[in-house]
Design a protein around this ligand. Structure first.
Ligand SMILES: Cc1cc2nc3c(=O)[nH]c(=O)nc-3n(C[C@H](O)[C@H](O)[C@H](O)COP(=O)(O)OP(=O)(O)OC[C@H]3O[C@@H](n4cnc5c(N)ncnc54)[C@H](O)[C@@H]3O)c2cc1C
Length: 322
């Protein structure tokens, strides 16, 4: 029995979510009185996971697995789980993990619960808290299969450092051509930008910004906060911003610590994607905008006056606290 964790990396460097799932897996291992094994794919420094409680790393080095391939990754993780006799497998809530988790569940005959937000309420029966109805409610879900797969929501648990060191073992999963029946042929990637999924802070703009020529101030605000930029659906539909930035029910989910919405009305389909964010700040010139009901802090005012002042004050604050 062990807890197995799939730790994602980008070009060899672990994502923050990898450290978060490792930290979470360690707490479950402590609950169950067992250890944590991580699986890595072409990671540069697998031993780094020891800092977040991983006891052992099964390190896969294979050029064919440089880009994410759901079936191959799921099969490899499944083989690792069987080798370790894992009773719990923890993955993140990234698009990649949500893609591979159901395949892994089939491989391991396991129950899979996504959007988990806390440690299990109990281990016998195994009950976890997850969000439901696009983050509008929580549900307590019991998993009764022998092996259980948990998809941890981003930023739900945080990072916990540990004094331990991880041992690193080479692992070569048995993969066949069928595992690569669907493969990535090329990747176009935006550079120098914080990705929405990994961001602690997201600055988002809506139709209230009037046009793409006004996005400079959203980018400036994001830059001073080290934030990712996002937008509402009509904004990306009109081509003011790339589709990858559209958040909401039909766009990307956001689970940042801070979400700043500028000139966004707060339609239910938008809120569905950002409900999991911890603190929501809304800037809107209409005091009746529905977003104010969901906001922790609201500024009623013209974005074109408020945002430049906010940027100026933040720069001042940073300079005084450097
Ligand atoms: C099936 C379906 C799925 C959908 N999925 C999504 C989704 O995933 N994400 C999403 O965002 N939408 C989604 N929508 C669309 C959604 O219903 C809304 O139409 C959309 O969110 C509105 O975008 P908006 O708030 O940017 O624009 P608007 O509704 O036009 O609101 C603009 C806001 O800006 C304010 N404003 C105007 N000028 C200023 C100013 N100078 N300063 C400050 N504030 C100003 C206005 O008061 C207003 O509140 C979906 C709709 C459907 C039917």
């Amino acid at each position: 029995m062990s807890v197995l964790v799939y730790t994602e990396n980008e070009e060899g460097k672990f994502k923050k979510a990898a450290f978060e799932v490792a930290s979470y897996a360690k707490e479950i291992a402590n609950m169950l009185g067992t250890s944590v094994t991580a699986v890595t794919f072409n990671a540069t420094d697998s031993a780094e996971l020891g800092t977040y409680g991983v006891d052992k790393v099964l390190e896969v080095k294979d050029d064919k697995l440089t880009t994410f391939t759901a079936k191959a990754y799921a099969d490899a993780i499944g083989q690792a789980a069987k080798k370790e006799g894992a009773s719990v497998v923890v993955v993140s809530s990234s698009a990649d993990s949500k893609f591979l988790a159901p395949m892994l569940a089939v491989h391991l005959d396991a129950g899979y619960v996504s959007n988990v937000v806390a440690l299990p309420e109990s281990s016998t029966p195994f009950v976890v808290k997850r969000t439901a109805f696009t983050n509008k409610a929580f549900s307590l879900t019991e998993i009764s299969t022998e092996c259980k797969i948990l998809g941890l929501s981003n930023n739900a648990f945080g990072l916990k450092e540990s004094e331990d060191a991880a041992t690193v073992e080479s692992f070569t999963p048995e993969l066949t051509d069928a595992d690569f029946a669907v493969s990535v042929t090329s990747v176009d990637k935006a550079t120098d930008q914080v990705s929405i999924a990994d961001a602690e802070v997201v600055v988002s703009g809506g139709r209230g910004l009037k046009g793409p020529e006004n996005w400079g101030m959203i980018e400036d605000l994001a830059s001073v906060l080290g934030a990712a930029t996002a937008c509402s659906k009509p904004v990306s539909d009109m081509g003011w911003r790339p589709h990858g930035e559209h958040v909401g029910q039909t766009g990307k989910p956001v689970a940042s610590n801070l979400y700043i919405a500028v000139g966004i009305s707060g339609a239910i389909q938008h809120l569905a994607g950002i409900n999991a964010s911890k603190t929501k700040v809304v800037i809107n010139n209409d005091p009746e905008a529905p977003f104010f009901k969901a906001a922790d802090y609201g500024i009623v005012g013209d974005a074109f006056e408020v945002v430049p002042q906010l940027i100026e004050k933040l720069k001042e604050f940073k300079a005084n606290n450097a």
